[in-house]
Design a binder for this molecule. Structure first.
Ligand code: COA
Length: 533
């Protein structure tokens, strides 16, 4: 099945190219891990406190993986990469939980517009997959200079917490420090609240504001200390001696949730027939160069084993060859895969995808979309052949399908192809990007070319001479700008994906996602919009 050997000479370059991109990705991730920087990290440690990632490390089961989400949130903005909060899925006492941890080393853990978007995304994932959530709280509340962008939408954080509780998705708050004003409603609206002695400060207004408002002289401990809340107000359910004790209590709370997942246990499985490491030899440096997605699939899905004799059962292999569809298992769980092959989606591919999505719904099978498309085919022949209605049918099927969807951008994701292949706006449960991927309304050169043709036609219509030199300058400028805007960090920074991942980790990441998805029931639908024939 593998074609790597037949392309001798290219694999070394491809690997080198991707390794360079991965080294750069490591550098970007390091910015998020560095939080507020050395000075604030040292100060935090000197205060005897743990960093958010240290708290998470102690909270999750020993040796288990933490699937961090949106680590590059805020990339390219004025705010620290990571947006002063760490979010992700971790296993606590055997239960997959959504964990949200403020980073108090970044502006006191204050929430800026990107923090909010990242927190909303985490809440959405918890909701769709039915996960319990654990908030590790220590925040200066709203980022005051950007309050106008966060105050009104920020109310959703508290609304989401109480709605989660109403859905019987437990919410747990471990309070390590400041949780004032609006922040006080995180413990206030959680099912379970743990506060750390002499550290937690939970009040609607601190001593200076109380003095201003009512003239009362008071102090932090009397207003909102852990002891007071545990013994007097009753807001704290548990008083923790220190941070480690709070984490221990948090784990005990999860242990007593009587938590059960909706879906059956996965079957036994074999590792892929081909080593995922060789994915690095497969992906061309130039996105225009096509690559066979079957090679990618063979390195992601379970290898053949008893009960799974064929790793990938391709569906309709002779029809619509530019889109590969088929069935496989991943970490012992069934999955239907749609993967672009030659880049362009024609009518046949759109129809094949529509049928395949309906089949997955009729068998309650989650779907994985592997994007490498330049969009739907244009031109008179294709318009006359009904490319719009066929593309629309595919978008209809993707939009109304109710089985869980996963998307990975493994190459290009341009134009309506991004929509048909279940881009961000189509609410896949999870969406990850490889560092070589690009996404935009169209390719940079095409976009600049279209602008040039339009302005040439406009000049002609007005009878004005066309400035060729200015046009060449414009095209170069636009091409460069779109090129930069199409890059994964920019898109990840804007929360258009859940993270940029190493291609070699794809199987592990998707395996975690499929397990998380199994927390809630998987149920397909037979209700789609009107399919235009
Ligand atoms: N918005 C924006 N920046 C904030 C902030 C906020 N809400 N709270 C703190 N910061 C900034 C500080 O100005 C400081 O910046 P600098 O180091 O560049 O000068 C940095 O974050 C660290 O703050 P600092 O006060 O030194 O940290 P601390 O750990 O000693 O104290 C708090 C943390 C949260 C107790 C304290 O910063 C505080 O009371 N902040 C205001 C809380 C508040 O009233 N928020 C509004 C709620 S809606």
């Amino acid at each position: 099945m593998t074609a790597i050997d037949s392309e001798a000479g290219t694999e070394g370059d491809r690997r080198e190219h991707l390794l360079a991109k991965l080294a750069d990705l490591d550098e970007q991730h390091a910015k998020a891990v560095a939080g507020g920087g050395e000075k604030y990290v040292a100060r935090h440690h000197e205060r005897g406190k743990l960093l958010p990632r240290e708290r998470i490390e102690l909270l999750i089961d020993e040796g288990s993986a933490f699937l961090e989400l949106s680590p590059l949130a805020g990339w390219g903005s004025d705010f620290t990469v990571g947006a002063s909060v760490v979010t992700g899925i971790g296993v606590v006492e055997g239960v997959e939980c959504m964990i949200t941890a403020n980073d108090p080393t970044v502006k006191g853990g204050a929430s800026n517009p990107w923090t909010l978007r990242k927190t909303f995304r985490a809440a959405q994932i918890a909701e769709e997959n039915g996960l319990p959530s654990i908030s590790l709280v220590e925040s200066a509340g709203a980022d005051l200079p950007t309050q106008k962008e966060i105050f009104i939408p920020g109310g959703k954080v508290f609304r989401d917490l109480t709605r989660a509780s109403a859905r019987r998705q437990p919410t747990i708050a471990l309070v390590f420090g400041n949780a004032t004003a609006g922040g006080a409603y995180v413990p206030g609206l959680s099912d379970y609240t743990v506060m750390v002695k002499e550290q937690a400060k939970v009040f609607l207004a601190g001593p200076p504001l109380v003095k201003m408002a009512t003239g009362e002289d008071t102090d932090d401990e009397t207003l909102g200390g852990a002891e007071m809340h545990a013994r007097t107000s009753g807001l704290a359910d548990y008083l923790a001696e220190d941070e480690r004790d709070a984490i221990r209590i948090g784990r005990r709370i999860v242990a007593r949730l009587n938590w059960r997942k909706a879906s059956p246990e996965p079957t036994a499985y074999a590792e892929p027939a081909y080593d995922p490491d060789t994915l690095l030899d497969l992906i061309p440096a130039d996105l225009k160069e096509p690559f066979d997605p079957r090679e990618v699939i063979a390195r992601i899905v379970d290898g053949p084993s008893a009960g799974n004799e064929v790793a990938f059962d391709e569906f309709k292999p002779l029809y619509g060859a530019s889109l590969v569809t088929g069935w496989a298992r991943l970490h012992g769980r069934p999955i239907g895969i749609l993967a672009n092959a030659q880049g362009v989606l024609f009518s046949e591919e759109a129809q094949k995808a529509t049928q395949f999505i309906q089949l997955a719904n009729s068998s309650d099978t989650p779907l994985l979309f592997l994007h490498n498309t330049t969009g739907y085919m244009v031109g008179a022949e294709y318009e006359q052949g009904g490319i719009i209605k066929h593309g629309a049918a595919m978008i209809n099927a993707v939009s109304n399908s109710t089985v869980p969807h996963l998307s990975v951008l493994i190459g290009a994701s341009y134009g309506a192809g991004n929509y048909g292949m279940n881009g961000r706006a189509y609410d896949p449960r999870f969406l990850f990007t490889w560092p070589n991927a690009k996404s935009a309304v169209m390719g940079p050169a095409q976009l600049a070319g279209v602008l040039s043709i339009v302005s040439r036609a406009a000049a002609e219509a007005k009878g004005k001479p066309f400035d060729e030199e200015a046009d060449a300058g414009m095209r170069a400028f636009v091409e460069q700008m779109v090129e930069e805007q199409s890059l994964p960090y920019v898109l990840s920074g804007m929360l258009y994906d859940d993270g940029v991942i190493d291609p070699r980790d794809t199987r592990t990441v998707l395996g975690i996602c499929l397990s998380v998805i199994d927390t809630a029931p998987v149920a397909g639908t037979d209700r789609f919009g009107v399919f235009r024939m």
